[in-house]
Design a protein around this ligand. Structure first.
Ligand code: C2O
Ligand code: CU
Ligand code: CU
Length: 506
């Protein structure tokens, strides 16, 4: 990337040195019969990042070192974000993850279909100084996945301090399309933060903020405060990830330019779709084509997050809402990214009408066709619940056991109303799912009307927004890997409060 985004940040890893003398005990040994194509070290460690002018910000950051594999497998972000990992479908990957933090952690590869031992379940956390070895084969389709910590009750704060990175999978099908690449392929990771007067991150003030989901008052792009991009009159691939803890974005171009969406969480769509704006919940990805060939050189475009009516509890104002002090509440409008069309370019890319064979499945083939397994999202006594319960490290209920590889209809019912009528981004580990339909009457028709057109239900997803009052029906093809996996709300404060459950594949 030659844009200004990636160069602006500056990461100082010197803080990590005192931790390097911690004894390193291997918690899972590499296996002799696994021959990796790609091998890298990944270390979670404290660091300092120059985000704002003045004092650097103390962050936690993933640092990567490639031991084996193609050059270009790891790209340093230049900010607190971890290295961008780029692999190919079919690669065998070994990661030696080392914890150099002051607390337990574990890495989860979000959206990647992995054996239980590599999925980063919170019971697998390692204490400071230890190493966890991941070994897996990449079976996912080409797409933009990501990695982040997953310790119980600490995911929100660890991600917030800076632990996250992109994991991009490529495959032959995608390559045959000749999509924009190199400095024309631009990942855009959206995260919001709050800073104190010494430029340090501020996180939760109180339980009320955890209940509504934390939102910051300053948006960072790829870990940097600079929010402008210098492009040319060409065709670009903008690959969005909402890496925020709880903020939902309603992305729109100020000149009304629609988005051309070519992919979502689980890779390319069969055909591109046009959206007037993009509704992007935490953990969701949108792969888009931005065609600037008709824009005059010297012009600029402003990407905004435009306003939508959030739940009463998330707004500034009376009652308990006053406990949430932010200049930028959920649903507020703000500028995200300025794109300058600065140079002349002769780009010849044309989007093919057919992008990929997404391999969609037929809902009639589900083992429980017509009788979906139903899971509630609910709120009582200051606590969020999933399937009527909170997280229990080892336990599963009878309705949380499925046969590995089976095809099921599953629905999530968002029952929390009134002040706590929040949108929940629900995530299922392992394979992706198709969104088959949205039912019920949203409690807030204004909210539904404000966000619906930007929701991408086409294609494979691993995280779906469930609006208050709504029931979302999914066709889930479970992973072939047996074991204990998670499903949860990806509002990280809700997840940490226990809005997470295990399911077991047998
Ligand atoms: Cu991105 Cu279980 O999470
Ligand atoms: Cu995940
Ligand atoms: Cu939630």
């Amino acid at each position: 990337m030659t844009d200004r985004l990636s160069r602006r940040g500056f990461l100082d890893l010197s803080l990590a040195l005192p931790f390097a003398i911690l004894p390193c005990r291997l918690t899972a040994a590499p296996s002799a019969d696994f021959i990796p194509d790609i091998e890298f070290d990944l270390t979670a460690q404290p660091a300092r990042s120059q985000i704002l002018p003045g004092d650097p910000t103390s962050v936690w950051s993933y640092k990567g070192v490639l031991r084996k594999g193609r050059a270009g497998t790891l790209t340093e972000s230049g900010t607190y974000l971890g290295p961008l990992v780029r692999v190919r479908r079919g690669d065998k990957v070994r990661v030696r993850f080392q914890n150099q933090l002051s607390e337990a952690t574990i890495v989860h590869w979000h959206g990647v279909d992995l054996p239980e031992s590599a999925d980063g379940h919170p019971r697998l956390v390692i204490p400071p100084g230890e190493i966890y070895v991941y070994e897996f084969e990449v079976i996912n389709r080409a797409g933009q996945y990501f990695y982040h910590p997953h310790p119980h009750e600490r995911t929100g704060s660890e991600v917030y301090r800076g632990l996250a990175g992109l994991f991009i999978v490529e495959d032959d099908e995608e390559r045959s399309l000749g999509l924009p690449f190199g400095d024309h392929e631009i990942p855009v990771v959206l995260q919001d933060r709050r800073f104190d007067s010494a430029n340090q991150f501020l996180y939760l003030n109180n339980r009320m903020e955890a209940m509504t989901g934390f939102v910051g008052d300053r948006v960072l792009i790829n870990g940097a405060a600079s929010r402008s991009l210098s492009l040319g009159t060409g065709v670009y691939r903008l690959r969005f990830l909402n890496g925020s803890n709880s903020r939902i974005y309603k992305l729109a171009w100020s000149n009304g330019l629609p988005f051309t969406v070519i992919g979502t969480d689980g890779g390319l769509l069969e055909r591109s779709v046009q959206k007037p704006y993009l509704t992007l919940g935490p953990a969701q990805r949108a792969d888009t084509i931005l065609d600037l060939t008709a824009q005059p050189q010297g012009s600029s475009l402003q990407l905004k997050s435009i306003s939508f009516p959030a739940a009463a509890m998330q707004m500034m104002g009376g009652g308990m809402g006053r406990m949430i002090r932010t200049a930028l509440p959920q649903g507020a409008e703000f500028d995200v990214l300025r794109v300058g069309v600065d140079k002349r370019e002769h780009s010849r890319f044309e989007l093919p009408p057919r992008l990929a064979d997404a391999g969609f499945l037929n809902p009639r083939d589900a083992e429980n066709a017509g009788r979906p397994h139903s899971f509630s999202l609910s709120f009582r006594r200051m606590q969020w619940f999933l399937n009527g319960s909170t997280f229990d490290m080892m336990r599963v209920k009878d309705n949380e056991i499925f046969r590995a590889g089976s095809l099921r209809m599953i629905e999530f019912r968002n029952e929390a109303m009134g002040m706590m009528g929040l949108i929940h981004p629900i995530h299922i580990h392992g394979r992706h799912f198709q969104v088959m339909g949205r039912f019920g009457t949203p409690f807030s028709s204004e909210l539904a009307a404000a966000l619906s057109e930007g929701i991408i239900d086409e294609g494979w997803r691993d995280t779906v927004l469930v609006l208050p009052g709504e029931t979302v029906r999914l066709l889930v093809r479970f992973s072939d890997y047996k074991g204990l996996f998670l499903y949860h709300c990806h509002s990280l404060e809700h997840e940490d409060m226990g809005m997470m459950r295990n399911f077991r594949l047998t």
